[in-house]
Design a protein around this ligand. Structure first.
Ligand SMILES: Nc1ncnc2c1ncn2[C@@H]1O[C@H](COP(=O)(O)OP(=O)(O)OP(=O)(O)O)[C@@H](O)[C@H]1O
Ligand SMILES: [Mg+2]
Length: 379
């Protein structure tokens, strides 16, 4: 039995397997691919995931796809759009099963047919607006009672291996509420940031394609009436910057992640600059233009929340989007309402939800008397 927590982000999947040291990050991109040639240089399976996923949880029962970094190189690739529900789309399930298979292939043992079967306790979640619409039960059911199999096709190291994923237990949490759990609980389940308890707070999760605004009540529950979200995240704005930089300088920033590195670089020589033919070029005007537009929109949402629920005591901004928007939001806030806005470290901002799911799973096992000491520490 193995423990896993998976945050299926629109931009990227984040997961922990077995313990907090063993994490996994896969960009949420897939592309259909029947066959492909493995290039000699490919050594790391994560950079070249090619799998066949067969599952009763998929609308299209079986798919041969490349996933993650490799899919980013395919012209016909699919990224999610904000209109698609995570609970009802195939792509999140494909990513989830692929991530589990990558773990299982390293930790399970093959039977005489060469099939690796590994049972999991899985903790995952859905955005607030989907849990509000009651999508949790169905999503849990299709994972827990389904048949799932992943075969590695042209993936280095794992080619030809088949994994059967079984779920002993699936916990489906709410993303925003999970963040609250992370803020108030240590890895071992004890209370942290005690001063947050008993206070109404707002948690804004600014993701790739969406913003989830969860109001947590004094009683530590989600305020279903006032919590809402935006179908906007930071990805579109990052893509705009990449496009503008190309149009102006014929210079290609390869990925959003690379752009984020340029934006948050602490070295003033490097921050908001590209280098072309040995020349240092500032792209700050494009970055400012795009990110302040988004920051204004996010700030409008924050104001609306405070207007509707005046006794919110503080607001945490999390998610990858909060990392790049931080200076812009803070600037607007200083000249506007001076709300108590809080930010966390970049790393925590991105990994908070996945970590929360793992903590919730540990607490669940503890409450059920399931001994996880061995599983958490053993390979
Ligand atoms: N360590 C990091 N520092 C700063 N920005 C990051 C970091 N990692 C990712 N990002 C950027 O933040 C954006 C959103 O990331 P995040 O992982 O929060 O979204 P997501 O959870 O996948 O999306 P959603 O919440 O909409 O489902 C992405 O565009 C990504 O490039
Ligand atoms: Mg997210």
């Amino acid at each position: 039995m193995r423990l896993a927590s998976i945050d299926i982000g629109n931009d990227a999947l984040k997961g922990y397997f077995g313990n907090f040291e063993n994490d996994l990050y896969i960009p949420n991109i897939i592309a259909s691919a029947e066959d492909r040639a493995i290039i000699d240089m490919e050594k790391d399976p994560l950079n070249a995931i090619h799998v066949e996923v067969t599952s009763s949880a998929l609308k299209q029962n079986s798919r041969k796809v490349v996933v993650g970094k490799l899919a980013g190189k395919y012209a016909n690739n699919d990224e999610l759009t904000p209109e698609q529900d995570k609970s009802e789309t195939d792509q999140p399930v494909i990513l989830l099963l692929t991530a589990l298979a990558l773990d299982a292939v390293q930790h399970g043992e093959a039977d005489e047919d060469g099939v690796i079967t590994l049972p999991y306790y899985l903790s995952t979640g859905l955005p607030l607006d989907e849990t509000k619409r009651g999508k949790t039960k169905e999503f849990r059911k299709k994972l827990q009672t389904g048949q799932h199999q992943v075969t590695f096709l042209k993936t280095p190291l794992y080619e030809g291996k088949t994994v059967r994923i079984q779920f002993e237990k699936v916990l489906v949490n709410t993303e925003g509420f999970a963040a609250y759990i992370d803020l108030t609980t240590n890895d071992n389940g004890s209370v942290k940031n005690e001063e947050l308890l008993g206070k109404t707070m707002l948690i804004n999760d600014i993701g790739g394609l969406s913003t989830d605004s969860a109001i947590i009540t004094k009683e530590a529950e989600v305020d279903n009436t006032n919590s809402t979200g935006l179908k906007t995240g930071v990805s579109t704005y990052l893509d705009n910057i990449i496009r503008k930089v190309y149009a102006e300088y014929k210079y290609t920033i390869n990925s959003r992640r690379d752009l984020v590195e340029i934006i948050i670089n602490q070295d003033p020589e490097e921050q908001n600059h590209i280098w072309k033919n040995g020349q240092r070029i500032s792209i700050k005007n494009f970055v400012d233009e795009e990110l302040s537009t988004l920051a204004k929109e996010e700030y409008k949402l924050i104001k609306e929340m405070w207007r509707n629920v005046p006794d919110i005591r503080m607001s945490y901004q999390i998610g990858g989007g909060a990392v790049v928007l931080r200076p812009y939001l803070q600037a607007i806030n200083e000249s506007d309402s001076n709300y108590p806005l809080r930010f966390v470290k970049a790393e925590d901002s991105v990994w908070m939800i996945a970590r929360a799911y793992f903590k919730i799973l540990l607490m669940f096992c503890d409450a059920k008397g399931i001994d996880v000491k061995e599983t958490v520490t053993s390979k």
